[in-house]
Structure formats: structure tokens, C-alpha cells
Design a protein around this ligand. Sequence first.
Ligand code: AP5
Ligand code: MG
Ligand code: ZN
Length: 214
Amino acid sequence: MRMIIMGPPGVGKGTAAALLCNHYGIPHISTGNIFRELYKDQTEVGKKAKSYVDRGELVPDEITNLIVYNRLLQDDAKNGFLLDGFPRNTDQAKALDGYLAESHIKIDAVVNLKAPDELIIERIGGRRVCETCGAVYHVTNLKPKVEGICDKDGGKLIQRVDDMEATIKRRLGVYYSQTEPVIGYYEKKGAVIHIDGTGTIEAVNALIMKALGE
Ligand code: AP5
Ligand code: MG
Ligand code: ZN
């Protein structure tokens, strides 16, 4: 399975992706997660990306596209992958198309998760992430066993810098102006699977699985 998951910031792409990747046994390729890891490792590209991520703006395409191509070349992506948060503008979508055509790879499904802004703001506002492994929780919707502590490795749960209210608004603005048009781009090329992302984590997963014929 080779798929793309799209949708506004905080709609639940990463959460749905984790379940799908587990089901299909494919790697979860999230450009946002890759940028955060590159920064944690103190790389120059990670530092450069962070200046954009923290402001809620898109990291320049020349950085982002190369990171994705390199990731797709790794062994674990040979038989399938899930792209989360990429492509995020129509230039990235065209660049990805060129890369995939050269590599004779076809995308099987494009899933678009939808939810209204109020719900998104509530989800992002309550999100907590593990400082160590990046696992994602929510203060009411997906609580860790012990408050403030990651179930997997005991790491401290923190808020992402870009999850401050003013930055959430900027990210939503960037989404509507630059990323939403990518849905139209894929619609012209074939079917996009639109999923109502307002239900529980289990309900959203069930809708996606059904739409994919599982
Ligand atoms: P990225 O990390 O991709 O952020 P995003 O797209 O803004 O999306 P989020 O990760 O915030 O949300 P999500 O949809 O994954 O939701 P989640 O599952 O965590 O990108 C960050 C930044 O990196 C960008 O702003 C940009 O600067 C840069 N970047 C990334 N890709 C780029 C690209 N291609 N080009 C240029 N720049 C790029 O869920 C949110 C919360 O809700 C969690 O707490 C979760 O527990 C909860 N939740 C999830 N689903 C449900 C549900 N069904 N019911 C109840 N609660 C739920
Ligand atoms: Mg995410
Ligand atoms: Zn952890």
C-alpha cells in the first residue's frame, strides 16, 4: 500500500497514520516528524527547518522535497509507505509526481481527513507529545496511563512550540491558502477519499478502513 494522508493541522493525520501503518506494515513518513528529529539531532538542516516550523510556515520546497526523496529510497519504503504532511502545496505535489513517475511508483490512495476549525483548535490545544520519542497524546481524548508521562518510555510530555494559539491560526491560514488546493490537484487525477474526521480515533480509523475496502 502506497498512500497519502492529507488534512488541516491537528485534524488527526498522525494518529490515523499510526494505525494504518501498523495495519499495512508500512513506514509512516511524516515530514513534520522528520523535521523535529533533524532538529533534535542538532543538524544544520534541522535548525533551518525549525525557524519555519516554529512560526507555522512551510519549510522551503528545496529542503522538503529532497528529504522526502531520500526517505523513499530507504529499504523499508520499497514495498509501501504512508506520506503524512507531504505534499503540502501544488509545487510539492508536481515534484512528487515527477519523482514517482521516474521511479515507476504509483500511489494507491489519497485520504483527506476533514474537521471544522473549532474541533481542530481543541485537538491541538490538548495535544501533548513525548519529549523523547514523539508519541502523541491528548489531555482528554488520549490520556497516558500516568499524567505527563509517556507510556512507552517514561519520557516527559510537553506541548509543541507551534501549538501556541497564535501559531495554530497561522498554520490554519497556510493550510487554506497553500495546502487545500492540493486536494483539487489530486481530484483531477483520480479519486480522493474524503473522510469525516470528527469522530473518535476508533471511528475515524473504521471509516478509513472501510473506504479502503478492508
Ligand atoms: P506537521 O507535524 O505535519 O503538523 P500539521 O500538519 O500541522 O499536523 P499536526 O501534526 O499538527 O496534526 P495531525 O493532523 O498529525 O494531528 P494528530 O494526529 O497529532 O508539520 C509541522 C510543521 O512542519 C509545518 O507547520 C511546517 O512548518 C513543517 N512541514 C511539515 N511538512 C511540510 C511540508 N511538506 N512542506 C513544508 N513544510 C512542512 O492529532 C492532534 C491531537 O488530536 C492529538 O492530541 C491527538 O491525540 C488528538 N486526536 C487525533 N485524532 C483524534 C480523534 N479522532 N478524536 C479525538 N482526538 C483526536
Ligand atoms: Mg502530525
Ligand atoms: Zn515516549
